[in-house]
Write a protein that binds this ligand. Sequence first.
Ligand code: AQP
Length: 346
Amino acid sequence: MMSKPVILTGLRANNDLTIGNYLGAILPMVDMAKKRAGEYRVNMFVPDLHSFTTPIDHGQLYDQVINNIKVYIAAGLPIDHDDVYVYRQSYVPAHSELTWILDCFTGMGEMSRMTQFKDKSAKLSEDRISLGLFNYPVLMAADILLYDASYVPVGDDQTQHLEFTRDIGERMNKQFGELFTIPLPVPKQHEFFGKDQGLRIRDLVDPTKKMSKSDETGRGVIFLSDSPEVATKKIMGAATDSFGEVAFDSKERPGVTNLLTILALLSGKPQHEVNAEWEGKTSYGDFKKGVAEVVASFLTDFQARLAAVDEQPVLSKLEQSEVAMRALSEKTLLRTQQAVGLRPKS
Ligand code: AQP
């Protein structure tokens, strides 16, 4: 188990997941788990401690965590495979403990430069900006370094945090010897997942922003729990442009390009094929109808699969994985505690 390279990803349970989360993070991971489990170990977890770096309804959190795990399964994660682990971060105490140690080697300056912190804190009043929001990239680094993960598929917005994970891991290795496996640099990650770049699904109302599950209005966001009718309305109301002709051009025409991207990914067709079908067409109404049909049919199928996921096997899998992950992460934690002088060297 130790020697297999590790692929790891997680999605916060602060709200319902979106098709941005699905296409950017869940699907690449599930594809990888289907194709490569056996050769690789696959850790797909719920970072529940990350879920309240920004304010949430705590009464919903526990159920949302279980729902997220079910979403992974409905998306096709093969949980019966021995190399696939599904776990909750807060059930593995080493995440919090390693975070504290790493915090003490992290600069205020480098955390202040994180664009996710800047973006998210800009939306909150001063007294609601938590320390957790400030140092969550350190918790994310612990999530990755504890398991010697080499491959971490994340959307484009998380690139900076992955770079930080590499920095803090290398910094610790330099000072204390080989403590951590360093995840691959971002371009190599893209190569591994067969992509040119990270995916960024955009908000339908404001395509200059990414589609985000914590968006205040949710008008430009397709949630996995949206009814096909609601999703259709959102697509029909999506912002486009005044060029009057469908074209794939993310700089000049982010709205239309976003819809073309969603269409290709949800229909499982290559982007160039979908573009060829639509480019040059002058009715944005017909185009949006085409996209809405594909989205509505995806949601109908997906929601039926989700409703059919049985809870008992999910709970058993969580329990098994959490026992295994506690044992594994404690080894890395002990190595680190010994290195920084908290435990005697063996
Ligand atoms: N719009 C997106 N396009 C592609 N990928 C995306 N991801 C998020 N939005 C898009 C990827 O989904 C995973 C979710 O990680 P997270 O829940 O830990 O946090 P996040 O990146 O902050 O996600 P959101 O949806 O934007 O949530 P909120 O609004 O709660 O902050 C990551 O791999 C992310 O890259």
